[in-house]
Design a protein around this ligand. Structure first.
Ligand code: FES
Ligand SMILES: [Fe+2]
Length: 422
């Protein structure tokens, strides 16, 4: 149980808050590359502040405060011009670093005057089909090139903004027992009630034990299911909460970064960033990278709970816009949640002491590989196809193509295995 002050410190993301200071040490996706190709400027709300993110004429990216320093009009309605953004109202132009470089009505304005007219600017760059922004002070750290963003494969990005605080979603990443309850027993109940088929990969997964190991990118979560031995990938390898706002999951040729961008204290932009790359698959030269909204609530306000992520979203949102941690009752099986809160508190302390918090990457690198089970729950291609049918990917415009990619790859693997034996 926590006091209200402790809960505020862990959950609030705005400028001037302790966790807001921690979170401003990281890069966040603020747009899709495809969105800015379609129209080169859009609004981005991140960590409780509004920004205008834009693609420059030379293919670079910028992000500036939404509010124009002249008289406050929205820069989202500005003109992208060369390497900068010009306010639509009176035509003040700003560079990607925020310098005011031109005032339309005063072409002879003095550089001394303009020097005082800059706009607050972050840094923006592209990776893996997403445009990422860094809004913190000081030299920007490296944008971590996690495997998901750089690997070959078919990319599928489902997204939705949900009305709850980011931290209750992150706590779920270190809460393995919910898989047994929410995606097992509850899913079975819903399947029974509605007459749908229960996916085999999710029912009957009884946990024998769980473990949580802090590491340089977050916390590795491991589980041993009843009937598994300690050599199983689920126990030996596990998968991580990626500090501070992601989880890396997958198996059987599916690789998924679950990205939970803190929009403000009570809204989180969920992105299920999935790469399909099963062994033996023939990935096209220019593989698809699609995005689409996922559905989670009906017009009558009830939640859509007949698929995995819909069940999670129901749980997160019904915990409240900011989960009340002053009245909760933590127990032994919440040990992962405790470990995760400790890591956030340690990060607050590190930043207060002038240090980088965990998972800030300063070293240039090609790729960062994170631990991930390759064989999940001991299953093969049917794990992938069941995930597509019973997860948020069921809303994907390429769901059928992705299933075919997995079943073709499995056939290919079997053929190769038979040839090797024969
Ligand atoms: S408000 Fe932006 S130029 Fe006047
Ligand atoms: Fe879940």
């Amino acid at each position: 149980m926590m006091t209200q002050e402790e809960n505020n410190e862990l959950t609030q993301v705005g400028p001037g808050t302790p966790m807001g200071a921690v979170l401003r040490h990281y890069w966040y996706p603020v747009a899709l590359v495809s969105e800015l190709d379609e129209f080169p400027v859009k609004q981005a709300r991140l960590l409780g502040e509004n920004w205008a993110v834009f693609k420059t004429g030379d293919g670079g990216y910028g992000i500036v405060d939404e509010r124009c320093p002249h008289r406050g009009a929205s820069m989202v309605y500005g003109i992208v011009e060369g390497d900068g953004l010009r306010c639509g109202y009176h035509g003040w132009k700003f560079d990607t670093d925020g310098t005011c470089v031109d005032i339309l009505a005063e072409p002879d304005s003095s550089p001394v005057f303009r020097a005082d007219c800059g706009i607050r600017a972050g840094k923006a760059q592209e990776l893996g089909g997403l445009v990422w922004a860094y809004l913190g002070d000081g030299p920007a750290p490296e944008l971590p090139r996690y495997e998901a963003y750089v690997m070959d494969g078919v990319r599928d990005i489902g997204h939705c903004v949900i009305p709850c605080n980011w931290l209750q979603i992150m706590e779920n990443a270190v809460d393995p027992y919910h898989v047994e309850a929410l995606h097992g027993n509850y899913f079975e109940f819903i399947a029974e009630q509605t007459g749908m088929a229960m996916p085999g990969s999710f029912g009957g997964n009884k946990h024998e034990k769980v473990a949580f190991d802090p590491f340089e990118h977050g916390i590795i979560k491991r589980r041993l299911l009843v009937g598994q031995d300690e050599e199983s990938d689920d126990w030996k390898i596990g998968h991580p909460l990626v500090f501070p706002y992601k989880m890396w999951v997958g198996g059987n040729g599916v690789f998924q970064m679950q990205i939970r961008v803190p929009v403000d204290d009570t809204h989180t932009n969920m992105m299920f960033y999935t790469v399909h790359a099963p062994e033996g698959a023939e990935i096209p030269d220019d593989p698809p990278c699609v995005d689409y909204p996922i559905e989670w609530i009906r017009d009558d306000g009830t939640y859509i709970v007949d698929y995995i992520e819909g069940q999670d979203i129901m749980a997160w949102v019904t915990q409240g816009d900011v989960a009340d941690r002053t009245t909760e009752k933590l127990t032994k099986s919440d040990v992962g949640v405790v470990a995760c809160r400790r890591m956030y508190r340690d990060a607050v302390a590190a930043v207060a002491a002038g240090k980088d918090p965990v998972a800030v990457v300063r070293e240039p690198h090609d790729v960062i590989k994170l631990p991930l089970e390759r064989s999940k729950f001991g299953r093969g291609a049917e794990f992938a196809t069941e995930w597509i049918d019973n997860g948020s990917m069921r809303y994907s415009p390429i769901a059928e193509e992705m299933k075919k990619l997995h079943t073709d790859a499995e056939a290919r693997r079997q053929q190769l295995a038979a040839e090797a034996e024969g």
